[in-house]
Design a protein around this ligand. Sequence first.
Ligand code: COA
Length: 334
Amino acid sequence: MSGRTDAGNTTTGGLRGGRIVGWGTALPDQVLSNADLEANLDTTDAWITERTGIKERRYGGTTAGLAAEAGRKAIESAGVDPASIDLLILCTTSPDRNLPASASTVQAALGLDCGAFDLNAACSGFVYGLAAANGYIAMGSKRILLIGAETLDKMTDPEDRGTAILFGNGGGAVVIDAVPEGDPVQLLGWDVGSDGDAEHILYAELGGYMQMDGREVFRKAVRVMVQSANTAMERAGVTAKDIALVVPHQANIRIIDSACDKLGFDREQTALVLQSTGNTSAASIPLALSEALDQGRVRDGDLVLLVGFGAGMTWASAVLRWSEAGPVEIGAAP
Ligand code: COA
């Protein structure tokens, strides 16, 4: 595929890796149900449910506000001192302003004393961010707050039934600690990629609404999910039968079913929140992962596969070996 990058690798080459020690989510209060959409658009609850699996999505809030709420909950769930966070990465394709990065607003809201930046790889953002966080940890960072947060309502044309049915707002966050030397790393294999030649199938001009060729996105999404997941699993030295839980980007249940079918996964192995969140872009994987963790669906030693895809076109996958070991107190931030 043109534009394909081959940047992924395993983290087993002796570099220091990270592991997730806390997580949290945020959803704005305003619920937009399929019935609400029916009232204003030429569509039906039955059509949306059958074609997408989505029943409702959330509107309102700000990207920084949702990110800060999810981040605060992740820090609380990890039980760590916010002062020990030495980097904040906010994955978002819907920042609140052009300048500054929304990550800086979140940093101030949480009272953190650390580096902060936004990362935009559209719906693949969170998995790109996970790989980036592990890279920072390999280079010396000790505790990173990684957030995916979006307010896609401001980029969605309420009169376009092709997109208005799909997208919503939300946030999800994890705290990632550097793993002490000798402990197993969590990120076993990863893959990130981009095909900029496909940018026309899903885009939004600055300040404009999303424009989407739904059928083409669907077709390409299934293909890149399968390719990217297989690449990450190969690099991790595992196969589909080793994976306990798949956490796919929550775009459309038919995309997920089709990709999982080709990869050899059951629906029961898949973390799904899209029925109540819609597509929340970079927030969707941490939202689904957090819910699965809260439900006790992941046990110590389980392998978890994260698979994202989105505008760009971009894609990103990661294989994690879950560890229930808690936070690592290896000294204050530099
Ligand atoms: N309600 C009712 N009918 C609708 C509709 C809606 N919201 N949207 C489209 N239709 C109609 C179309 O006009 C078309 O009618 P026709 O057969 O009379 O021409 C028919 O339904 C089928 O349209 P089509 O576009 O082929 O539907 P689809 O099965 O591809 O579903 C999407 C449309 C958008 C749900 C689907 O293409 C999709 O989910 N694509 C991926 C989008 C995505 O995930 N984007 C984010 C990626 S990160």
